[in-house]
Design a protein around this ligand. Structure first.
Ligand code: FAD
Length: 313
């Protein structure tokens, strides 16, 4: 019987593990191998992280996550390099199944993150972190004074376009339709921003130039006429949504309409007592390593107090 099982090994999972281990909860972590991504989470697929406090010269994402892991191991976190395939949250202790083996715990911290949706082009994949990004807050700074494009028509795309307009020379929103899905207020803000222009009824069919290892243009197709044009740009931001990794919790926890875990405001408590959620899996607003780590810390503290109150610690 475990006091707490942590699912996920990004900034949220490891921070929860550090706090839980130091509170003597002997946490067991499943770091995720296949379905949800990779051990270490989303920062494993990025290069420079310049906004994580404590690293004034920046740090590579994988290097940062190696340090997170070292710190949770130092305090005794038991790490399983495997996915959780199934959970039963209908009764306590909770049952967690991984690679055919059952594990039981009084409490769970879910930190399975979310994955950005991509257009799905080969050239887009080849140029990720080399001019193609899915996070304006993370990477906008690298495009100061440059011309960038953003794909999407929802609130996130408008928010990211406005954010990028504060640093890029020009921002072009590329949208497949002739109207936006974003809320009126977000639309108005973007439409009235002199640095943002819109390409309506256009889709990106190729990002150039993988051979050069950098973005210098987009091949666009008009969704109405089929006309193909070339548009020079130095950066491409994809803002077409995220998939929270919540498939295994479907029907067992309250999720919002986009699949994110719903937590009680101001806490990491989910709809099931004893189950807590931290990081991007419950946050479609900030989606940053530091906020994920912050909620990971909160989850571990809430778990510790809940276990103590129930005489389980
Ligand atoms: C390309 C890129 C660049 C970024 N750059 C920055 C940046 O510069 N600064 C910044 O602050 N943020 C950045 N971010 C965002 C940041 O990475 C995320 O906000 C952060 O990683 C979220 O942490 P998390 O712990 O919630 O989830 P994640 O990092 O997504 O980790 C989720 C973990 O859960 C595991 N998992 C999923 N399903 C299962 C399962 N069934 N069983 C077991 N494990 C499972 C995964 O394997 C993974 O280890 C970037 C994101 C991307 C994609």
């Amino acid at each position: 019987m475990n006091k707490v099982i942590i699912i996920g090994s990004g900034p949220a999972g490891h921070t929860a593990a550090i706090y839980a281990a130091r509170a003597n909860l002997k946490p067991v972590m499943f770091e995720g191998m296949v379905k949800g991504g990779i051990p270490g989470g989303q920062l494993m697929i990025t290069t420079e992280v310049e906004n994580y406090p404590g690293f004034p010269d920046g740090i590579k994402g994988p290097e940062l996550m190696e340090l997170f892991k070292k710190q949770s191991e130092r305090f005794g976190t038991e790490i399983h390099s495997a996915d959780v395939d199934e959970v039963d949250l209908s009764k306590r202790p909770f049952r967690v199944v991984s690679e055919g083996q059952e594990h039981f715990a009084h409490s769970l911290i879910i930190a399975t993150g979310a994955q950005a949706k991509w257009i799905g082009l080969e050239s887009e994949t080849a140029l990720r972190n080399r001019g193609v990004s899915a996070c304006a807050t993370c990477d906008g700074f690298f495009f100061r004074g440059q011309d960038v494009c953003i794909v999407g028509g929802g609130d996130t795309a408008m928010e990211e376009a406005n954010y990028l307009s504060g640093m890029a020379k020009t921002v072009t929103v590329i949208h497949r339709r002739d109207s936006l899905r974003a809320s009126k207020i977000m639309q108005d803000r973007a439409l009235n921003n002199p640095k943002i222009k819109f390409f309506w009824n256009k889709e990106v069919i190729e990002v150039l130039d993988p051979a050069a290892g950098t973005v210098n243009a987009l091949r666009l197709r008009d969704t109405v006429t089929g006309e193909v044009t070339l548009h020079p740009t130095q950066g491409l931001f994809i803002a077409i949504g995220h998939y929270p990794n919540t498939e295994i919790f479907n029907g067992q926890l309250t999720l919002d309409e986009n699949g994110y875990i719903v937590t009680k405001p101001g806490t990491t408590q989910t709809s099931v007592e004893g189950v807590y959620a931290a990081g991007d899996v419950q946050d479609h607003v900030y989606r940053q390593a530091i906020t994920a780590a912050g909620t990971g810390c909160a989850a571990a503290i809430e778990v510790e107090r809940w276990l103590a109150a129930g005489g389980l610690h």
